[in-house]
Design a protein around this ligand. Structure first.
Ligand code: PAF
Length: 285
């Protein structure tokens, strides 16, 4: 695996690949790579001749009181892991490379970015959109792979790619989970041993809610309230527990079929997000 930090070096390698008509898949990350990230690389390898991965802890997507400084940085371990899944090129830019002092442009996917996590983390998705837009312009891949655990992020990026006519395919890859159901996340390392025992209950609550809503004649608000209260009892502080339409992430109505449950909770100092999507069998009513 080649490792580069400058945009010029990256572009020169990619230009050589392009000259020999090779296709390119791109996996952007913030490092501290786990099996979920490696799955993205494995899926990327199936879809293109070359796989480019970036590791950049993007300051513009962290709020002033969030974990930018303490975000786990595990570069050497990440290089070993990426080599084990045969990524071709790792881009490791510095903050100065990504955000020269002269930069002024902002990007905002105005509607989607205000919902759900957006209302709890103001500016977060603007930072994500900006860095992903810049990385896409730098790498110019044929396809971009992102995990479905960050489902709203995936939706924001899809919308940006459509709105800005970016010539690439955005591919969401299903969430990879620990054996007990906890969605893999770089932030899981913040959990204490005791919190780690409780954390899988978030996914259990999502599954129970899905099962109840699937067979329910109503919209399921009572089920959502019950499960949110259950999470609070278990020690989670619930930011939101929402039932939405899968295509635009707006609140689900009684006639909507393709649904997604989106949840964000805090357990101690760790913020966990997760989701589960499913179809409601309306024709059975
Ligand atoms: O999901 C992430 O790790 C980040 O939000 C991303 C997409 C790499 C942008 O910094």
């Amino acid at each position: 695996m080649q490792i580069v930090s400058s945009i010029a070096e990256l572009r020169s390698i990619i230009q050589n690949w392009r000259q020999s008509k090779q296709t390119l898949a791109f996996v952007p990350t913030m490092g501290n790579l786990h099996s979920g990230h490696l799955e993205l690389v494995n899926e990327a390898r199936k879809r293109a001749d070359k796989v480019v991965v970036s590791i950049f802890v993007n300051p513009t997507q962290f709020g002033p009181n969030e974990d930018f400084v303490t975000y786990p940085r595990t570069e050497q371990q990440d290089v070993v892991r990426l080599t084990s899944v045969a990524a071709d090129l790792l881009f490791l830019p510095t903050t100065e490379t990504m955000y020269p002092e002269s930069s002024q442009t902002q990007i905002s996917v105005a509607g989607l970015s205000t919902l759900h996590c957006g209302s709890h983390r103001p500016g977060h998705f603007d930072g994500v959109a900006l860095v992903v837009c810049k990385l896409l312009n730098i790498v110019q891949p044929d396809c971009l792979l992102l995990g479905e655990k960050d489902f709203q992020q995936l939706a924001v990026i899809r919308q940006m790619v459509t709105d800005l006519n970016m010539p690439l395919e955005v591919i969401g890859i299903p969430t990879v989970r620990e054996a007990d159901g906890l969605a893999m996340s770089s932030r899981n390392v913040y959990l204490s041993a005791q919190e780690r025992q409780v954390a899988p209950m978030l996914y259990q609550c999502l599954c129970l809610t899905r099962d109840a809503i699937k067979v329910s004649q109503a919209i399921g608000q009572n089920v959502l309230d019950e499960q949110a209260a259950r999470l609070q009892q278990l020690g989670f502080a619930v930011d939101y527990f929402h039932l939405c339409r899968r295509d635009d992430l707006l609140p689900a109505g009684p006639l909507d079929k393709e649904l997604i449950l989106l949840a964000a909770v805090r357990l101690g100092k760790t913020r966990l997000i997760d989701n589960i999507y499913f179809d409601r069998a309306l024709e059975d009513r």
